[in-house]
Design a protein around this ligand. Structure first.
Ligand SMILES: Cc1cc2nc3c(=O)[nH]c(=O)nc-3n(C[C@H](O)[C@H](O)[C@H](O)COP(=O)(O)OP(=O)(O)OC[C@H]3O[C@@H](n4cnc5c(N)ncnc54)[C@H](O)[C@@H]3O)c2cc1C
Length: 418
């Protein structure tokens, strides 16, 4: 079969691939974006929808090991590492431990904040200019806590984020309950970040794809990449279930699946899935007016016009999509403790996704050090939606040999690629 010649082929039409396709196409580059399923139906589908630069924390943080060890045996805990004998898990965890230091964390927060701030402004501009609606709302985010330890953690986060130029204020119990009547008096207090935003994630990816197509970009769904052929250190052909391509450059944006795809080229990257769940809540109850994080339960609450989404848990797994009813129940129970949900009539759209997690919590964005026409944009962990547009800007600057707006070093794939 004759392979079709293309300039840039992006593999993966989640929010990361879609923002990149739009950014590159805007700069006059001809892009083909492909996905094995429907665009935006991977991890980008029913996440919490937060675009919250105040949450630019990488996964590895000093002190996390102690917490993770405590949570290891608790199937209802918000963070869980599935114990198994696997070289992949062992080497990922070793690198994760190495990244758990204050200096590394602060550097990661700086760059993650920069790409998240850029993304927020980019989605705001898109919401204003596009005829498609993705429920962009800029009402801020509350970190609410019912325990002293949680309150302390929220305060610490406020101090750290203020150093990064993000506005926020501490609220005591009375002030917080008056400000957000959906919360129950179990609350001790919290922190309010006024400039954070939320979107409907699937609608955002759909909008990005439509805007990309409007500019002449080609988007093909239902094409699964099944092989990557190489000659010397170059990808010569991308083999899919519906035809083959001969691209000048391949962009790997296939989320957690990227690890398996680059193995076809003899490359190894450390990516684990951070499994999380979400559900949609309907009924006659007092919906919060803005997004809320229940700090000690690590539950994200996102109100939309017709329903409310609850999301949470992070279970580090090796591409395992098993469903855990206990974890889903823990999210619902946690939310009921803090929000008055007596009037809930239906909970549906229970969904799970695998966040693509690198050991240091910073995505890999840059050229491969092994394959000359391979570019990575993978590993956006818990922040893929909120950092996608900023990642896309950095990626296109690197591809088009422009001066990057943010330091590209912390994102370099060569720190992990073998
Ligand atoms: C419960 C939960 C809540 C979250 N909340 C938030 C939040 O509020 N804010 C935030 O910023 N982030 C959040 N995240 C994280 C965010 O969802 C991810 O970081 C982000 O979706 C990753 O995007 P991606 O495009 O890299 O991956 P994906 O969306 O998974 O896209 C990868 C695409 O590659 C395609 N693909 C895979 N293999 C192939 C192949 N062989 N051939 C062709 N195509 C292929 C897949 O079909 C998929 O569409 C949350 C995640 C979860 C699980």
């Amino acid at each position: 079969m004759q392979a079709k010649a293309v300039d840039i082929l992006i593999i993966g039409g989640g929010v990361v691939g879609a923002t990149m396709a739009l950014d590159l196409q805007k700069q006059g580059v001809q892009v083909l974006l492909i996905d094995k399923g429907d665009f935006g139906k991977g991890c980008s589908f029913a996440n919490a929808g937060w675009v919250t630069p105040c949450f630019s924390m990488p996964l590895p943080q000093p002190g996390m090991l102690l917490k993770a060890t405590k949570w290891l045996l608790d199937p209802a805990s918000p963070l869980y590492i599935k114990p198994e004998f696997s070289l992949n898990l062992f080497s990922w965890l070793t690198r994760f431990l190495l990244a758990m230091n204050e200096k590394k964390m602060v550097r990661s927060i700086e760059v993650l904040t920069a790409i998240s701030k850029y993304s927020l402004e980019s989605y705001r501009a898109l919401a204003q200019s596009s005829s498609h609606d993705f429920s962009f709302a800029n009402k801020g985010l509350i970190l609410a806590s019912g325990e002293k330890t949680g309150l302390k953690a929220a305060q610490k986060e406020l101090e750290l984020m203020q150093q990064m130029g993000i506005a926020g204020e501490f609220m005591g119990q009375e002030a917080l309950l008056a400000f957000e009547p959906a919360l129950k008096p179990i609350l001790k207090g919290g922190v309010y970040f006024p400039h954070e935003a939320q979107v409907e994630p699937f609608a955002l990816t759909q909008t990005l794809i439509k805007e990309f197509q409007k500019l002449g970009g080609e988007a093909m769904s239902g094409l699964e990449v099944i092989n990557l052929k190489k000659v010397d250190n170059r990808i010569s052909e991308v083999v899919t279930t519906h035809g083959n391509f001969r691209p000048k450059l391949v962009v790997m944006a296939a989320g957690t699946w990227s690890k398996n795809l680059v193995e076809l080229l003899g490359c190894k990257i450390p990516l684990l899935g951070g499994k999380g769940y979400s559900m949609s809540v309907h009924g006659d109850f007092v919906k919060p007016t803005r997004s809320i994080m229940i700090v000690e339960k690590k539950i994200a609450v996102t109100p939309y016009d017709n329903y409310m989404r609850l999301a949470g848990t992070l279970e580090l797994v090796n591409q395992d999509f098993d469903f855990s009813a206990k974890r889903v129940q823990a999210i619902e129970n946690g939310a009921r403790q803090y929000l008055n949900l007596e009037g809930v009539s239906q909970i549906d759209q229970i969904w799970r996704g695998l966040r693509p997690c690198t050991p240091d919590g910073v995505p890999m964005i840059g050229f491969s050090s092994k394959i000359s026409n391979l570019f990575y944009s993978v590993g956006h962990q818990m922040l893929g939606l909120q950092s996608a547009a900023g990642s896309a800007k950095l990626a296109s600057e690197l591809i088009l040999n422009k001066t990057p707006y943010v330091d590209p070093i912390p994102f370099k794939p060569s720190r992990y690629e073998r």
